[in-house]
Design a binder for this molecule. Sequence first.
Ligand code: BV8
Ligand code: ZN
Length: 251
Amino acid sequence: MNEVPPIPSELITRLRAARRVAVLTGAGISAESGVPTFREAQTGLWARYNPEELATPEAFRRNPRLVWEWYAWRQERVRQAEPNPGHYALVEMERHLAEFILITQNVDGLHRRAGSHQVLELHGNLFRAKCCDEDRLVEGWPESSDIPPRCPHCGGLLRPDVVWFGEMLPAGALRSAEQAAASAEVFFSIGTSSLVYPAADLPLIALRAGATVVEINPQPTPLSPQVTFSLNGAAGVVLPALASQIWEIGK
Ligand code: BV8
Ligand code: ZN
């Protein structure tokens, strides 16, 4: 998993000439930071739960305490994690390109912690909470034994500010992501199983608009047969190698 796969010279040429690049990331880019990917088996007391069943409004309605504690556990995992070379290579990419947008499905906030600025969070963020009744962000709440805690404004239940299955994505972020995919010269799909919609549509929008689409993933995905270039390796290995070959970084 740690060797750098061959990077086609045609891809290097296109990236050197590119002015507009868009990137879609999934849980795989945080794997090398030690954050488990969304679909890999969960550990410890969460082993018996399927994330796709927990990340739903139904699960929260049925057992708000269980769902809140699952997110608290994930927050703790992320707090102990650090961005990895894959995150930092994307920060470099943003610095070198005239127009660059980073669209993420991840809710761990690691892209911003690494120093990326143009980030669109399609599925929200683990570290933000919102009131179920007022649907507004809540920055803080008084210490209490309530799990989930209560909204300090109206007493309603608080929930993580993430997009659950069956919920709409933030309209502004999705629209910007679709526009970026439609106008990018090069579109990267990195560390995602390409199973979840509408995020999984973005590389297809880029393809239809004539972009060069590059997938970086150690495993094949449903997108793999359609991309222009497939780099079968770990993001934390492939992205730094790509950045150094394009911008001679670290030479
Ligand atoms: C919506 C936030 C509509 C919460 C998440 C049938 C067909 C089409 C669509 C649907 C359908 N049935 C249902 C739907 C809709 C559904 C959907 O797409 N379901 C899928 C499963 C079929 N979508 C939704 O519900 C979306 N909303 O459609 O609303 C609507 C319309 C009208 C009115 C109301 C509603 C909402 C989707 C968002 C759900 N929330 N997360 C949380 O995180 O707790 S999605 C969840 O999956 C994660 O957040 C993650 O972001 C996302 C995708 O997973 P990945 O990031 O790809 O992670 P995964 O583990 O799957 O894969 C990791 C990959 O990394 C692997 O490929 C692995 O090989 C690779 N990898 C590993 N190591 C590395 C690596 N790659 C690189 N380097 C490494 N080192
Ligand atoms: Zn409230």
